[in-house]
Design a binder for this molecule. Structure first.
Ligand code: ADP
Ligand code: MG
Length: 729
């Protein structure tokens, strides 16, 4: 019966580490091999073109057609020298993934043959036939044109013999249909507003740069096991499966020795990353069995995000070479930790100052406190929006569980920063803050030098934590496009900084001294935004009550969380910063609700199928074996003895009958709930109906299936179990 299961388990457990082609050179030689970076530009472009391109990149200015043609020619030569045959505009539609349509370089040569060509026109702008990308109604099908346009701030690269050109994707009427366009707008906004504030401290500042260092968590599963689980295959997570007796309770996986098959995969992946210019640096086991993490050195936010998206597709490809499937879903397995993608975020100036790092002098520290206080204000004012920016059908399984950030946004500062805020709030004079950036801690072992402790302790229960020189937005989901969180955060902070600079300017125009003006405004921010500051246990029940009392957004239903995008405070903020207009926001929410519904719908269908066509038939077969045994026992031992001997069978048969009947009834109810929901025309109401009436039934069905898994003969159970899926040898 379950021959397939045993076959795939054996296949998976027997598998050895795949060989890795390790380059002869060190990383510094092959790093960026497939990236058209400045070094390649210099080599392949005429000097004049190179200068014009670098100027345009540095000053965020458009390219002339003439320069574009020259760039295209050089880029093509470089691509062909590196084995490319095709090119594509590479963009980020609203589907948590990337899109590409490949074209070969070839054109007719007029003599019956072909030449390989690539013009500035094709480099700079294309019109992909993109009518079937989600657009929330912005493009009617009769006006289905969308344009992709080169983002010169992110370098072109070669992936699988294809030259990929990072582009934005917008509609005929100029609305963004992607993540990159609003991200670039938000980064511009924070640059502009941040620069105004940074200039209070140093008039030489010309730009403020937003940095992102993501930490990508993921699970690996052997491909044979993966293929034997229709739920993993179709939804990216297990919809059923009883917890394994051992999972993460011994805490033996975190930072543990990496299994050799996985190590080979990681090495292979790192080499690929480095060739693509992704600065992969850290790799380790995560908390759950089969869970791992990869983190790069942080980069400017737009580039870092392109690199994360590229990483996600490279990972899937490299995993296949190692007979793995990579699971980027936030919660592939119940009962063990899910996966996030912590977004380490900071701002810095073009003069080299990291704005969230405490300085050595009181003046530096005032700048530091100013920026941190503005972040707190922005996060406080827009806490509901920030939650919406990381919410999705898949991340919902992770948030609010006792392992991941809670579904309430708050900021952890650590005791040192909290104390400084406290002192500032209560200080009556203009004394500047002196603040020991790092405090020595003696470990009492003479051969080990002093360890420098961070300005902050660690609190893993906070969704948004200050970690010494940056903020860590931990609520972001592992499968998400970081841009969603980065758009909301950078826009909100930009808007706040803009208001702050105006208020300080106001005071200055009334003759106040600069330090005094800044301190007074910072003080006000600290007093007004206390609600967002919480250093305690974010998992606790008391926090939920306290957060509600403080007026923080405590909504837990994802479709309703999305409403935050359309509240006047968000609409106005996005309008002021030029990141989204109302049409874009409305369209995007339509897409979000639709995506939510579709994801739940697919899961519900798969679960219904598994329940009725896989689980119930097997359970019935096992139950009938029990019935058979029971009848035989009774006929062999008539009377009381037979009754006694068949008690076990009887009770199991009855329990199984109860679970099976409940499953059948609940599947029917779930199908009906879906039918009812599908009749609703409003995307929002439909998503809410799916959330309220379909999701709870899926949980009930799963509960009863998992009970049956514990009763049915192990030999008969059709799908690989958790203990088989979760432990790579
Ligand atoms: P953790 O200890 O939180 O797991 P890791 O070392 O795994 O941290 O990853 C931290 C990430 O934060 C890395 O990607 C790192 O480059 C990034 N990072 C460090 N400093 C900054 C900064 N100032 N701004 C943005 N990202 C940063
Ligand atoms: Mg971290």
């Amino acid at each position: 019966m379950s021959q397939l299961r045993f076959k795939v388990v054996e296949e998976a457990f027997d598998r050895k580490a795949a060989p890795v082609a390790i380059p002869n050179e060190r990383p510094e030689v092959y790093y960026g091999k497939y990236v058209f970076n400045r070094q390649k530009m210099f080599e392949y472009l005429p000097k004049k073109t190179y200068d014009a391109l670098v100027y345009a990149i540095d000053n965020k200015e458009p390219l002339s057609r003439e320069v574009a043609n020259s760039v295209a020619e050089g880029m093509k030569r470089w691509a062909i020298d590196n084995g490319a045959r095709h090119y594509t505009h590479w963009f980020h539609p609203l589907t948590d993934g990337t899109a590409e349509k490949h074209d070969a370089f070839i054109e007719h040569d007029g003599k019956g043959g072909v030449v390989e060509e690539f013009t500035g026109k094709l480099l700079v702008q294309q019109e992909p036939d993109a009518s079937s990308f989600p657009n929330g109604g912005i493009r009617n099908t009769f006006e289905a044109r969308g344009y992709s346009a080169w983002d010169i701030s992110s370098p072109a690269f070669i992936l699988d013999q294809t030259l990929c050109i990072p582009t934005i994707f917008i509609s005929y009427t100029g609305e963004s249909l992607d993540y990159k366009t609003p991200l670039l707008r938000a980064l511009n906004a924070v640059d502009k507003a941040g620069t105004k504030v940074a200039r209070f401290f140093d008039p030489d500042v010309k730009h403020v740069i937003s940095y992102l260092g993501w930490e990508q968590e993921y699970f690996l599963v052997d491909e044979a096991l993966y293929s034997a689980r229709p739920d993993l295959l179709m939804t990216g997570r297990t919809l059923m499966g009883h917890e394994s007796a051992k999972n993460q309770q011994l805490e033996d996986h975190y930072f543990g020795a990496i299994p050799s098959r996985v190590e080979a995969f990681m090495l292979d992946l790192e080499i690929e990353c480095h060739k693509l210019g992704i600065p992969a640096k850290t790799r380790h086991n995560e908390v759950a069995p089969n869970q791992f993490e990869l983190a790069p050195v942080f980069e400017e936010t737009n580039l870092a995000n392109d690199h994360n998206l590229l990483l996600m597709s490279v990972m899937e490809e490299v995993a296949r070479r190692h007979n793995f499937r990579v699971l980027l879903h936030e919660k592939p397995f119940a009962g063990v930790n899910g996966s996030g993608k912590h977004n380490n975020w900071s701002l810095g100036t073009d003069t080299g100052v990291m704005l969230f790092a405490p300085g050595k002098t009181p003046a530096d520290n005032l700048q530091f406190i100013t920026f941190v206080a503005n972040v707190m204000a922005a996060v406080n004012r827009h806490n509901g929006l920030l939650k919406a920016s990381i919410s999705s059908a898949t991340n919902a399984h992770r948030l609010g569980a006792n392992e991941a950030p809670p579904a309430i946004i708050s900021i952890f500062t650590g005791s040192q920063l909290a104390e400084i805020f406290n002192r500032l709030e209560n200080s009556t004079n203009d004394e500047l803050i002196s603040f020991a950036a790092k405090e020595g801690m003696s470990v009492g072992v003479s051969q080990i030098p002093e360890i420098l402790i961070d300005n902050t302790d660690r609190n893993r229960t906070s969704p948004f934590a200050f970690t010494g020189n940056r903020f860590e937005f931990r609520a972001v989901g592992s499968s998400a496009n970081c841009a969603s969180a980065m758009i909301a955060l950078n826009a909100a902070v930009a808007d706040q900084l803009e208001q702050f600079s105006k208020k300080v300017e106001d005071r200055l125009s009334k003759g106040e001294k600069l330090n005094h003006a800044i301190l007074e405004e910072v003080k006000r921010l600290i007093i007004d935004n206390k609600a967002i500051h919480f250093d305690g246990n974010g998992y606790s029940e008391e926090w939920k009550t306290e957060a509600a009392r403080r007026g923080l957004d405590c909504e837990t239903s994802v479709p309703k969380i999305f409403d935050a995008y359309l509240r006047p405070a968000s609409v106005d903020m996005f309008a002021r910063t030029g990141v989204f207009n109302k049409v874009e926001l409305e369209a995007r929410n339509e897409v979000k609700w639709e995506m939510y519904t579709k994801k739940v719908q697919i899961e519900a269908r798969v679960l219904g199928d598994l329940a009725i066509n896989h689980v119930i038939p097997v359970a019935t077969r096992y139950q009938s074996l029990l019935v058979d045994n029971l009848v035989k026992l009774k006929s062999l031992f008539p009377g009381e003895k037979g009754e006694k001997l068949s008690e076990l069978d009887m009770s199991t048969i009855e329990k199984m009958a109860h679970h099976m009947l409940t499953i059948k009834n609940e599947v029917e109810a779930m199908v009906n709930a879906r039918k009812d929901a599908n009749r609703i025309t409003s995307e929002r109401e439909k998503a809410i109906a799916y959330h309220d009436t379909v999701v709870p039934r899926m949980e009930t069905i799963r509960y009863h299936i998992d009970k049956l898994e514990l009763m049915v003969d192990n030999e008969m159970w059709p799908l690989p179990k958790y203990r088989e899926l979760l432990f790579i040898r």
